[in-house]
Design a protein around this ligand. Structure first.
Ligand SMILES: [Zn+2]
Ligand SMILES: [Zn+2]
Length: 51
């Protein structure tokens, strides 16, 4: 089970996940809605906030 890093909604297939561009460790999960609205996300590892 995955949750969007930005809005915390549960995601199944409608999401993208990638590693934090800053530290390369934190896993960012982003639902389609947050992706299209360019919502901010926060890395759980290094607290990097990115678009
Ligand atoms: Zn979201
Ligand atoms: Zn990070």
């Amino acid at each position: 089970m995955k949750n969007c890093t930005s809005c915390n909604v549960e995601v199944v297939t409608n999401y993208t996940s990638f590693k934090c561009p800053k530290c390369g460790h934190g896993k960012i999960v982003r639902c389609d809605r947050c992706k299209t609205t360019i919502k901010k996300y926060k890395c759980p590892e290094c607290k990097f906030i990115g678009p």
